[in-house]
Design a binder for this molecule. Structure first.
Ligand code: UD1
Ligand code: MG
Length: 451
């Protein structure tokens, strides 16, 4: 089998997301909880799409409009089906039966609460169908604690059945190869197999896992593909959510290091699913990357910086203690120092804002220097206004730039100015009270108060 082979087969993916997730103890449905900046459901949607799904059906529970909305947001072409009552995993797949009509080669069944499965693993399941005579390919793993999982009953390489934990015979309690839950069914047999599944079992549920035994009775093959246990971690509670986050974070960091990024203390850096770090980026300890961040080659992100929705060009120095918010776009060679916040602002090549400043809703020309304590006053409580600063300007410390306002290229703004009117290019502007001095005043004042 080649990796690309299953890609040529038409694939319908059905993602089961109808569970309630009570153990999360949350106001929101389980699969909407986030890992690395996006919902579990969106992770699974992205993975099955990468694994070549041509059509994606998401099965939600009755009243789970928020889950349906998230599916549509993350994958607009996904189709939503409602499972009327939680009668089991096979019943859930059949809720999407209308999507079967068109015909397909592979039916890939994924769980929205099992978000760490890699696209290549889904492709391998499909590959198992393309490969030989199996009509069902399941994913098995060696669990440290198999309790609660369905077990694979194997005879050599042949998969005979999957038995749910609650239905195990005494002699089978020692079986330790577990069922990850997700599986692939051959398109031509999928509907027949699913519809033949009954609910005579300990939980009176329609078990998807019974597809294996059904295939055997029809003389169809069943096979198991193996995967590492940390890939199939299912999320039921907040502790497992945190474990899954840790697995994802270490994967993302490993990928970044492979791509040439240096982390001084990898475990203290939080990445998002879409963080883009170019080669020779250096990340100091305790840095947070929210969604939508890219950092260009050679830039250094110093300790305790928080970046979210920001684009950082090449050879920039950010932090320590910098905050880049959505819409911050920094050109090459920008320096952003401690306690500087940038939001919805474009900074030209070589701009420096090294200490204690807020730059919001602004355009700052190349090589301009923003002094300590400079604030763009961009909001009057109702509307946001823009500040434009030309190239090569010098904004003295503790200046308030009251937007809307434009400062020309090369202008100097005197320290402590409150700028309410536009400033010409190359001018010096002072907008502060003149200093007055009263010689001896303090001494006389003290004398008056002395008893
Ligand atoms: C399932 C497998 C079990 C496997 C385990 C791995 C079955 C019968 N058992 O058990 O062999 O070891 O996963 O974690 O498939 N769902 C619905 N509607 C339903 C029932 C479930 O949408 O009526 C969804 C759930 O939201 C979840 C997934 O299907 O995403 C799996 O259901 P769950 O109840 O967690 O199955 P397990 O008992 O864990
Ligand atoms: Mg489960």
């Amino acid at each position: 089998m080649t990796f690309s082979e299953p890609m040529r087969r038409r694939c319908l993916a059905v993602i089961l997301a109808a569970g309630e997730g009570k153990r999360m103890r949350s106001r929101k449905p389980k699969v909407l909880h986030e890992l690395a900046g996006r919902s579990m459901l969106a992770h699974v949607l992205a993975s099955v799409a990468t694994a070549g799904a041509d059509r994606i059906a998401v099965v939600v529970g009755a009243g789970q409009e928020a889950v349906a909305a998230e599916a549509k947001r993350a994958a607009p072409s996904a189709e939503i089906f409602v499972q009327s009552a939680p009668l089991g995993t096979a019943h859930a797949v059949l809720a999407a039966k209308a999507a079967f009509a068109e015909g397909f080669d592979d039916l890939l069944i994924a769980f929205a609460d099992t978000p760490l499965i890699r696209p290549a693993t889904y492709s391998n399941l499909r590959g198992g169908l393309a490969d030989g005579d199996a009509a069902v390919v399941v994913l098995g793993f060696a669990a440290k604690d198999p309790k609660g999982y369905g077990r694979l009953i194997l005879e050599g390489d042949n998969l005979i059945a999957i038995r749910e934990h609650k239905d195990l015979h005494e002699s089978e309690l020692g079986l330790d190869i577990c069922n990850a839950g997700v599986m692939a069914l051959a398109g031509q047999h999928a509907l027949g197999l699913l519809e033949s599944i009954g609910n005579t079992n300990a939980q009176a549920e329609y078990y998807l896992t019974d597809a294996v035994a059904m295939a055997r009775t029809r003389k169809l093959g069943a096979a198991a593909s193996r995967v590492a246990a940390d890939e199939v971690l299912g999320i039921n509670d907040r502790q497992q959510l945190a474990e899954a986050e840790a697995v994802l974070q270490s994967r993302y960091r490993a990928d970044a290091m492979q791509a040439g990024v240096t982390f001084h203390d990898p475990g203290s850096v939080h990445l998002s699913f879409d963080t883009e770090l170019a080669a020779d980026v250096i990340i100091e300890p305790h840095v947070f990357f929210g969604p939508g961040v890219s950092v260009g080659a050679g830039s250094v992100i110093r300790a305790f910086s928080h970046l979210d929705g920001a684009k950082v060009g090449e050879d920039c120095i950010i932090g320590p203690f910098a905050r880049l918010r959505p819409g911050a776009e920094l050109s090459a060679g920008v320096h952003i120092g401690n306690f500087v916040e940038v939001k919805a602002a474009r900074l030209g090549v070589g701009v420096k804002a090294n200490h204690l400043a807020y730059i919001g809703d602004a355009t700052i020309g190349a090589r301009t220097n923003i002094g300590a304590g400079t604030i763009t006053c961009n909001y009057d409580g109702f509307t946001k206004f823009k500040t434009e600063v030309g190239e090569g300007a010098f904004i003295g410390v503790n200046s308030a730039l009251v937007a809307p306002v434009t400062i020309g290229a090369g202008a100097y703004v005197g320290t402590g100015s409150v700028i309410t009117d536009d400033v010409e290019a190359d001018a010096l502007v002072l907008a502060r009270a003149r200093q007055i001095q009263k010689p001896g005043w303090a001494k006389a004042f003290r004398a008056k108060h002395k008893k």
